[in-house]
Design a protein around this ligand. Structure first.
Ligand SMILES: C[S@@+](CC[C@H](N)C(=O)[O-])C[C@H]1O[C@@H](n2cnc3c(N)ncnc32)[C@H](O)[C@@H]1O
Length: 200
């Protein structure tokens, strides 16, 4: 039977409930600080809710559910995952690996879930992950000014060489390395919400 994508509100509710009841104290405090000590009030705030599961990640989730059902996928690798509340979209059906080079606090969202792993470090030079058979997701991170790989031409080339190994890559249409990625992947599909999907 075909599984339909669940609505975004389903995931937002789950994330907020987990922050409140289930998550590690460190994660809860981190969100509480960002909500000026009033998580309850911010739970009703639309902007806060949409940042918990943003447009880009929900577009990727829908696309994976609707168009990639038949593709064998080992891992979802989210590079520049930040606190990774978006892992809620993927951790039921896939193994999710979140990577980030900044430690925002000692615990990440969903870090106690069986299917969720976090790796701390700079991708790709400090992190040894096999991208073949994986879906790589990166938004606002790789290829952007914030990405240390973009400081040198050789760093940028090493990044592109590594990304070429992935089976599927989701990133932003506005990513500064979009044209280079187009050259190394076989196809690119443009999706809503500044999202694109490269396939090899
Ligand atoms: C603007 S945040 C985006 C967070 C998340 N992807 C989102 O859309 O909500 C970018 C994150 O990417 C991380 N980052 C940037 N370049 C990276 C790299 N080469 N390796 C690991 N993390 C990186 C930064 O530390 C930062 O947390």
């Amino acid at each position: 039977m075909k599984k339909h994508p669940k609505p975004r509100s389903y995931f937002i509710k789950r994330v907020l409930k987990k922050i409140e009841n289930k998550e590690h104290r460190g994660v809860k405090e981190w969100y509480n600080e960002r909500c000026y000590g009033n998580l309850y009030k911010w739970k009703g705030n639309k902007v806060f809710k949409l940042s918990v599961i943003n447009d880009f990640y929900y577009t990727v989730y829908r696309h994976l559910k609707k168009r990639m059902q038949r593709v064998e996928i080992d891992h979802i690798i989210d590079i520049g995952c930040h606190k990774a509340t978006q892992s809620e979209l993927f951790c039921k059906d896939y193994q999710y690996i979140g990577i980030d080079n900044k430690m925002y606090c000692q615990h990440f969202f969903n870090c106690n879930e069986r299917n969720v792993t976090f790796i701390f470090g700079n991708f790709p030079n400090e992190i040894n992950v096999d991208l073949s058979n994986s879906v790589v997701i990166t938004t606002g991170a790789l290829g952007q000014k914030i990405d240390p790989n973009m400081e040198t031409e050789s760093g940028k080339q090493a990044l592109l060489d590594k990304l070429e190994q992935s089976k599927i890559l989701y990133t932003n249409l506005s990513n500064p390395i979009f044209e280079e990625l187009k050259m190394i992947f076989k196809t690119v599909e443009l999706l809503p919400n500044d999202t694109c999907c490269f396939v090899n």
